[in-house]
Design a protein around this ligand. Sequence first.
Ligand code: ZN
Length: 320
Amino acid sequence: MITIFNKYLKSYNMKKISFLFLFFFIVNCSRSGDQSEQVINNVQIDESIIETRDWGEFIDYREGNIPLMIISVHGGDKEPEWIQTRTCDGAVTVRDSYTRDVALEIESQLKINGYSPFIVLNDLNRKKLDLNRSLNNSNCGDLTTKPYWDLFHKQINDFKSQIQLEFGSGLVIDIHGHGHENQRIELGYLLSASELRMDNNSINDINDSSVKSLINNNPEDLKLTDILSGEFSLGNLLSLKGYPSVPSMNDLAPKEGELYFSGGYNTAIYGSRDSGKVDAIQIELNMMGVRNNEENRKLFSKEFADVLISYLRTFYKSDI
Ligand SMILES: [Zn+2]
C-alpha cells in the first residue's frame, strides 16, 4: 500500500490528490443522496480551468428597481468543449428554446415603462450544466462547472436578499419552455397536478407552496386557491390576455394523464416555502403562439410585462 502511495506521489502533487479525494467524496455523497444519479468514472478535472476561468461570458445579471427577479437557466446555447457533455442516467439536456430571448424581451418591455426587474440569465447550454438542479445533480460528476454553479446561485441569493431588504417582499419568476402537447402555459407553485385536482379546502390546507409568504401576508386574506386560480391569479391574468394557462380560473388543474411541470429546484429554493418573504413561480411556456417566432415572442413579452406589473401592484408594491 505504501509503495503504491509513493508511486502515486511521484506523478501527482498533494494538491491534486486531495482534489481527487474531494471529487470521489462528493460523487459518493451524491450517489447516496440520490439513487437516480450515476457516477461517471475517469472524469478528467483540469484544475487550471477551475481556478482561473472567468465565467462572466455565461451569466447576465442586472440590479432592478422593482421587487421582481427574472431568472432563466435552460435557454443558453454556449457549448464549450472543455466542459464534459452531460450523459449520465437521468440527465435532461434538452434546451428550452428562446426562453433566454423571452426573458430579455420582457426586461426590455418593462424598461420602456421605467421598470427594471432584477435579472439573472444563463447562456451555458443545458448539455453542459443544469442550473435548475442541486449542485450534485447538475453536472454528471464534471466539477469544472462548480464555480459557475456557485456564482450563478450566489447572484440569485444576493438579489433575493436585496429585494427583501429594499421592498419587504417580492417575486422570482423562473422562465422555462415545455414540449408538452397541450399548448398552454404551466405555472408551477410546487403543487403537483393531483394536488391541484383536490377540492378547495384540501388545497388551502397545503402549507408548502412556493408562494407561502403571499398566502400568510396579503391584506385581503386570500387563500392559496385564490392565488392559484382566482380573479387576480397569474394564470387568470395571462388567460385574459389570450394565453391559456394552468392553473387559472378556466383551467384549474391538468387532467389525469396530462403532463405538467409543478416547479423545480429554483422555485423550491428561491420561493418562500422554507423561509422569507420572496415568493417564486415557475413559468413553463408552450411553443405555439408564444415562442415559435420573433413576432409572437415580442407580443407575448409585452403582454406578460403588463401582467407582471399588474400582479406586483396587487400583491407586492401597490405604488409602482
Ligand atoms: Zn426548463
